[in-house]
Write a protein that binds this ligand. Structure first.
Ligand code: AVJ
Ligand code: FE
Length: 434
């Protein structure tokens, strides 16, 4: 791949870090200090924990690991270590106040920007291509998505607002697309800011399959509900059946049936569930059950990535479904630009060569695959980013949601979560063998 000049790398890193901080600032100033320190759900940290954790990770990686500086406040490392303290217990920790957290994060950032101006961008994997700066921008944006989940779980009037996404429409689109059999290149060794679990590039042979042109919609999911999907054990993996019965789950999270229609709460506003929009806030078990009911299955992770990246003409893998160029507002619903997915069939400019839509943005898509390392995987720069999560307990999600920033979303990007999780911005599409 072409060598990117240092000044361009510095500019990209500055832009990514600045964009992330603007989003963090918005998410942590649109509610008052009481709401920042409150725990809105035992599944989530108080927002003020995320804020100082963002600063602490930036300090550890950019000030200490890259630049060799001494710790600014060594006593807080343990408070903001995600592995030492599960989310449910974070409100009981001696957290920095909202004002202290802001001052700390901006103090770190000021020093980081000085380092970014002058530090050599070659000489080791942490600094080559400004990797650590890109990693930290991605880390902050991942927490910005996490904080948006907290905002969605929070009760009370709306604190956030955004314009509506572009219209969709599936008229004239085939329901599914055939992906012919054959190998493709999965993962990447070239993308400079790809994280360890996306590496290295390797060949995968994939038998022929059909995949949905768009994510499964609320309307389609309502048909599953109406036909007794949640009360028929046949469709459910045993652990999924146990979960829905134990918790009385009868619909996606945030939905309720009232006056003969489905309503949902979305960022503080209750509204009718839009039938043409991709379904959101379903667990892996709900996605898996729907697919079985529909006579289909979830795509494997390799099937998802082949649909999103493989160019059947050149035989090479693209960075995104539409090509190698960066996302734009007409290609994908990213960056928290809209606070909901666009209707199915939106973003024709973002279609893959075979015509598959909305692979990037809108909703994270559950795949059937466990989160596992690629052949040749090397943990970098810390085992706790990916390696400790590998195994059958976590399922892979692909493609990013409306809530993820472009810096943390690409054709190779891998997300993962427990199959019971449904507060995340998760949806799915289905597939079948050809
Ligand atoms: C990749 C989204 C599963 O939020 O737990 C944030 C990202 N890792 N801080 C998560 C992450 C460390 C991670 N996910
Ligand atoms: Fe983190």
């Amino acid at each position: 791949s072409p060598v990117v000049p240092d000044d361009v790398l510095r500019e990209r890193a500055l832009e990514a870090l600045t964009t992330a901080r603007a989003r963090t600032a918005l998410l942590t100033t649109c509610v008052d200090d009481d709401e920042l320190t409150a725990q809105h759900s035992p599944l989530m940290s108080p927002l003020v924990w995320d804020l100082a954790h963002i600063g602490n990770q930036e300090e550890q990686w950019l000030l200490r690991a890259v630049a060799g500086r001494e710790a600014i406040r060594p006593e807080i490392d343990s408070v903001y270590d995600a592995f030492e303290h599960p989310r449910a217990e974070r409100p009981t920790l001696p957290l920095l106040s909202p004002a202290e957290s802001r001052t700390y994060a901006s103090d770190v950032r000021g020093r980081v920007l000085d380092i970014l101006e002058a530090h050599p961008l070659s000489g080791g994997p942490l600094v080559d291509s400004a990797f650590a700066f890109g990693m930290i921008a991605q880390h902050e944006q991942q927490h910005d998505e996490t904080m948006l989940i907290t905002h969605q779980l929070r009760r009370g009037p709306a604190a956030l607002d955004a314009p509506e996404p572009p219209a969709g429409g599936t008229a004239g689109l085939p329901a599914e697309v055939l992906v012919p059999k054959g190998p493709f290149t999965m993962g990447t060794s070239a993308e400079p800011w790809a994280l360890d679990n996306e590496r290295p590039a390797h060949r995968r042979d994939v038998p022929a399959y059909f995949i949905d042109t768009t994510p499964v919609t609320n309307g389609a999911f309502q048909a599953f509900i109406a036909e007794g999907g949640y009360t028929d054990e046949r469709w459910w993996a045993p652990e999924g059946w146990d979960q829905i019965r134990k918790h009385g789950i009868t619909a996606p999270l945030f939905w309720r049936h009232e006056g003969g229609q489905w309503l949902r709460r979305r960022f503080g506003v209750t509204e009718p569930v839009p039938e043409d929009e991709p379904v959101l806030h379903v667990s892996w078990y709900e996605a898996d059950a729907y697919a079985r009911w529909a006579g289909r299955r979830l795509p494997t992770e390799a099937e998802w990535e082949k649909a999103a990246r493989h160019d059947p003409v050149s035989g090479r893998s693209r960075r995104y479904p539409w090509g190698d160029e960066d996302p734009t507002a007409t290609r994908a619903n990213l960056d928290q630009r809209h606070l909901r997915p666009a209707a199915a069939g939106a973003y024709p400019d973002g279609a893959s060569p075979l015509g598959v839509r909305q692979l990037i943005g809108d909703v994270w898509e559950w795949t059937s695959s466990d989160f596992l390392p690629y052949p040749g995987f090397v943990a970098f720069p810390y085992r706790e980013y990916s390696e400790v999560f590998f195994g059958p307990g976590h399922k892979v999600l692909r493609g990013g949601s409306f809530a993820v920033d472009r810096v943390a979303c690409r054709g190779t990007f891998r997300n993962w979560d427990l199959p019971v999780r449904r507060q995340i911005f998760s949806g799915f599409r289905t597939a079948r063998d050809a």
